[in-house]
Design a protein around this ligand. Structure first.
Ligand code: CU
Length: 462
């Protein structure tokens, strides 16, 4: 992986010094930075222009730019990519600059941005700047506001960032396919006034979903709802970076949803205030406290809290099917079923057959069953106290005292102070009152109504 600023300088020297119009400048395309790293790259402090607290993109990175005659120039390359979704599983997707999602774009309110988009896909594309206030012809809707960017071609988008906030980018051409293949990214515009809404840590991630059969590499792009990999920045637990926080930091978390269903994101240990949507900042008087924030389809929500309680706090989608990996959907419910006899019969046909889930499915999290290549366990991950039985949209907010201001390295498991962990009692205390059935006061058999098949009116029974 490279995040080379030198490449930019090299490309810049090739450009002519005297340039008259934007169109002439566009001839000198800046070199595109690439990254295929599946783990978070250090936030990119701005090398020029106004200072700001850069965002931390979970399992991602920020796209460097070059300044050219007062314009911030970025270069996105739409192309096929290979993304490791978690250790042991890679997906063949489409993305930008080596990864899905594409790099985060960061700039400042009032900046003039020029974004070059090169299409290395086998079909045409465009880029729509979701939430941005811009001239109609820069809105990126193929056919409606611009011609499509054909394979091999480069287009330029130029606009002034009218307001600060959190935005997204994604294709507006063959969207169903291109977004199902992983094409999307974040676009953060920092306030011009650094004293407006300052935070110490600012995390961003996109919610996305894929339908990749166990043992295969390509998403099924026709799937509408029944996805089997629910991801943050095209990663699934245990592959999602922790949100590492220094105790006392003011923290912002920005979450965008480019899936086709809503996701109630729940964070343990804190209540928080919703401070920003993709429409703009929420005035202080309009904020309300939450512990879960539903992220609607095609929307962004940001929330803030002060990290005053140390620990390893779970953060996850509260739809329990979204904290599971592939294979979670075709397994039958067997709770309470004695499968011993059935298993004997099946084993005559399938010698390895193992009945699962008679007492629940936690045993799957412990066993780590053998699976086809390139497939993740449905429930997995180990914490300091045992198997975590999670997958998909799950991570941990790790709040610690004494870590560096810009240190995002995983501090390891939380050392709970003595006497503060839930514990097992040695035995049931003697003399615990037991409740005996008391039949004397039982109500007489009640009269009840049933509807029998084929009858229209309820029949009376005793
Ligand atoms: Cu969800």
């Amino acid at each position: 992986m490279t995040l080379s600023r030198r490449n930019f300088v090299g490309a810049a020297t090739l450009a002519g010094a005297a340039v008259i119009s934007g169109r002439a400048q566009a001839a000198a395309i800046p070199e595109a930075s690439m990254s295929t790293a599946p783990t978070m790259q250090p936030p990119l402090s701005p090398p020029d222009g106004q200072a700001y607290q850069p965002v931390a993109t979970l399992n991602g990175w920020t796209l460097p730019w070059r300044m050219k005659d007062g314009w911030k120039e970025f270069h996105l390359v739409a192309e096929p990519v290979v993304r490791e979704m978690a250790p042991g599983m890679k997906a063949h997707l489409w993305g930008y600059n080596g990864a899905s999602p594409g790099p985060t774009i960061e700039a400042v309110e009032g900046d003039k941005v020029r974004i070059f988009v090169t299409n290395k896909l086998p079909e045409h594309t465009t880029v729509h700047w979701h939430g941005m206030l811009l001239p109609n012809g820069m809105d990126g809707v193929g056919g409606l506001t611009q011609p499509h960017i054909k394979p091999g071609k480069t287009f330029v988008y130029e606009f002034v960032l009218k307001k600060s906030g959190t935005f997204m980018y994604h294709p507006h051409a063959d969207e169903m396919v291109q977004m199902a293949m992983g094409m999307m990214g974040f676009f953060v515009v920092h306030p011009r006034d650094p004293k407006f809404m300052p935070v110490d840590r600012d995390f961003v991630f996109l919610l996305n979903a894929f339908d990749i059969d166990p043992g295969s590499y390509m998403p099924k792009v026709m799937t509408m709802l029944d996805f089997n990999l629910w991801a943050w920045n095209t990663r699934v637990f245990p592959g999602i970076d922790p949100l590492v926080v220094r105790k006392g930091d003011r923290v912002r978390v920005r979450v965008g949803n480019l899936t086709m269903t809503n996701h109630p994101i729940h964070m343990h240990g804190y209540d928080f205030a919703v401070t920003c949507t993709d429409g703009g900042w929420v005035p202080e008087s309009a904020r309300w406290p939450e512990v879960s924030i539903d992220i609607p389809v095609g929307a962004m929500r940001a929330y803030e809290f002060v990290a005053d309680e140390q620990g390893d706090w779970a953060i996850h989608c509260h739809k329990s099917h979204h904290t599971m990996n592939a294979m979670g959907h075709e397994v039958k419910t067997f709770i309470g079923v004695n499968k011993r006899d059935i298993a004997k019969t099946i084993r005559k046909l399938v010698p390895d057959y193992m009945p699962m889930g008679a007492a629940g499915m936690a045993e799957m999290g412990e066993m780590e069953m053998p699976m086809p290549d390139n497939t993740l366990p449905m429930m997995t991950g180990f914490g300091q106290f045992g198997p975590m039985e999670m997958g998909g949209m799950f991570s941990v907010v790790k709040v610690r005292e004494g870590i560096g201001r810009n240190d995002y390295a995983d501090p390891g498991p939380y050392k709970n102070p003595e006497g503060t962990v839930a514990y097992e009692v040695a035995s049931v205390a003697a003399g615990t009152p037991t409740r005996k059935p008391d039949n004397s006061k039982r109500a007489p058999a009640a009269e009840f109504n049933v509807i029998k098949p084929g009858t229209k009116r309820p029949a009376k029974h005793h």
